[in-house]
Design a protein around this ligand. Structure first.
Ligand code: ATP
Ligand code: FE
Length: 329
């Protein structure tokens, strides 16, 4: 079995995965959303402190598997340095005391492999990764051959939901909150401009849209519950329309055989619906990770670790590093 640890942002999670069957033997996550909600976003030092409390608690529950472990896996990039450090420190201590090899896992590969938890891989596949820190399109031919073909030039899709929520003091994380308000709102009340509409390039941008929402909030001054719902719905419609416009370009140029969306924001119902109809039109098979595996979790890190174990991709305890950002896979 492999024990995997995830602490790249505000979720403390540990999983144990069986190497032969790929089955999850244990999986637990303690989310810090409530503690960060009052600040409208993740406070890194608070997050690190909460990991220090939560990770050992979860680890205790896994002690019965210790003598069956063959490796320790941990997210080492990308993420917040102070929170990544907590997971990596625990992983190093475990690898040393249990005399096991260490596997350093890329969190974004983790999001991709959330599609394959307890399953075989599917390749080739084109993936839209929408999370708190990333908005990317990745063309994956195999584990070894993954290429980022489009990315955001400024903010991410998920982060724009967080900021719009924060602007109206609705709480954190903004994605589910804005989505919920949108259900009662009029998506046509405000005409926010679709970002990069005229540009032929396949790339994303969310800072302009965020700004347009901010200006509208300032203009309205006092917001009624209906105003809030209408802003959320109009914003969500535009944020998704931007992604869909770019994806339509991509599908037109080269329709993928398989397509998937992953990352915390892939839980968005509006986005999922739009993608379903696009894929149907092009006869593309659409893969979605289970809702419980969309946001950060150690099960997806364990699934990547199975692959790295198979390839003997280990990192030495002395050399494991932490990277807050990554440029390529
Ligand atoms: P990254 O994976 O890029 O390092 P992260 O790990 O912080 O960032 P995730 O946990 O994958 O991000 O996703 C969290 C993000 O997903 C938050 O920005 C949150 O608002 C967003 N999100 C969650 N649910 C929804 C939803 N239904 N609609 C839109 N956004 C959502
Ligand atoms: Fe993530």
């Amino acid at each position: 079995m492999i024990l995997s640890i995830e602490s790249s942002c505000d979720d403390s999670s540990i999983a144990v995965t069986d190497i032969k069957t790929k089955k999850l033997i244990f999986h637990k996550k303690i989310s810090q959303e409530l503690q960060h909600s009052q600040y409208g976003g993740v406070v890194p030092e608070l997050a690190a402190r909460l990991h220090v409390e939560a990770l050992p608690k979860i680890l205790e529950e896994t002690s019965e598997y210790f003598d069956k472990l063959k490796a320790i896996a941990v997210t080492n990039s990308p993420g917040l340095s102070v929170t990544l450090m907590e997971g990596v420190t625990m992983a190093k201590a475990l690898a040393t005391s249990l005399e096991l090899p260490l596997i350093a896992v890329n969190h974004l590969k983790g999001h991709i492999y959330s599609l394959f938890i307890e399953e075989e891989e599917i390749f080739p596949i084109t993936i839209l990764l929408v999370s708190g820190g990333h908005t990317q399109i990745i063309e994956a031919n195999s584990y070894e051959d993954m290429k980022i073909v489009a990315t955001t030039i400024d903010d991410s899709f998920g982060e724009s939901f967080d900021k719009v929520s924060k602007m109206m003091n609705l709480g954190y994380p903004g994605g589910p909150i804005v989505q919920e308000y949108s259900l009662k709102g009029d998506e046509n009340r405000f005409d926010f401009p679709i970002p990069l509409r005229q540009s032929p390039k396949i790339e994303f941008s969310y800072s302009g849209l965020k700004n347009a929402v901010r200006l509208k909030i300032e203009e309205l001054n006092e917001l009624s519950t209906q105003d809030i719902a209408d802003i959320c719905a109009s914003f969500q419609k535009t944020a998704v329309a931007h992604i869909m416009q770019k994806l339509k370009k991509l599908f037109k140029q080269n329709p993928p055989k398989n397509f998937a969306i992953v990352g915390g924001a892939s839980a968005n119902i509006y986005l999922r619906k739009e993608l379903e109809s696009l894929c149907k039109k092009y006869n593309t098979s659409l893969y979605l990770s289970q809702l419980k595996y969309c946001s950060d979790n150690a099960a997806m890190i364990g699934r990547v670790a199975l692959k790295q174990y198979e390839k003997q991709e280990f990192t030495s305890i002395e050399n494991i590093d932490i990277q807050t950002r990554i440029k390529a896979f």
